[in-house]
Design a protein around this ligand. Sequence first.
Ligand SMILES: [Ca+2]
Ligand SMILES: [Ca+2]
Ligand SMILES: [Ca+2]
Ligand SMILES: [Ca+2]
Length: 340
Amino acid sequence: MRKLLVFALMLTIAGSAMAFDLGNQAGDKPVISYPQNVPGGRQGGDTILDAVAVTLPVVNGTGTTAGYTDDYDEVCPYTNSTSPDVVYTFTPGADAAINVDLFGSAYDTKCYMYDENLALVACNDDFYSDYTSLLENVPVVGGVQYFVVIDGYGGDFGDYLINITEFEPCALECPAGAAIEGEPALANDYVDNHNGGCNTDPVNGPFGIIDTELYCGTTGFFLANGGNSRDTDWFLIEMPASGVLEITGDAELATYMFELGPQDCNTAGVIQNVIMGPCLEATIVITGAPGSTVWFWVGPTVFASPDGSDVFEYDYTLLTNLAGVATEDHSWTDVKSLFN
Ligand SMILES: [Ca+2]
Ligand SMILES: [Ca+2]
Ligand SMILES: [Ca+2]
Ligand SMILES: [Ca+2]
């Protein structure tokens, strides 16, 4: 029995070893036949040297990596891809921020971008849940040539969809009838006496209350004591009769929703966390005794503003399974103008 096992093991090792070339020089590139007559002339070229030039925007471009050569790989964060890759090139006329979006592609894509010096400027493997890729908000400089490589994870390859468009910041609208947080506008050295919870005062921390189906708030960044600081919003929510509280949120930047406990500033920690936004809904489900109080927290995932400004505010929206409706019907713009 043991001999058999060893033999089986040797077979396995020999079988897998054959897949690797132990030499120290790359072999000759095998001759391949490229796919012909690809519609629209949008098919990428095989290498950076024969990259297909496109002008921006590229809308609903299609092509395939099947039949192409594996020339490139980057780590973001997975390595050792042997997938074939194709390359596009473009030279923007002016400074811009762009998205390179492979959503809708038929395989586990990977995508990255080089500048004219072949320095990596962006890389993404799995932005979407189907493992397709998005390079988001990539700054490009007018007059500089860039190369976009469409690759795959592992050895995956196949048909891809590509859109290269100008990045548009996420902008949310507060739904009609929502309750409005009404926190004063942020400013440098802002003191959050509105709903800063334990961060403001560990004994009598001010909490907001959420008791409506729709709720809109703002959060963001400011400088305090010369350092980066963020607005944190601490809320009390009464658990509904079902014993299950569901909150679906979205925000204009990546933003945490936390359930906190124990309900004491000295010991409180994060029981569960969910990231909402930008323009991407997420849901947190909190369970507990009907009528009990939940500590709920909303705030940015980072401490510094995205554009380097001292003060930066953005919006978030929450949809709960609470039955209540807002008693006052402010428009979002009305309320913001009060504080701007
Ligand atoms: Ca590759
Ligand atoms: Ca992927
Ligand atoms: Ca706030
Ligand atoms: Ca606050």
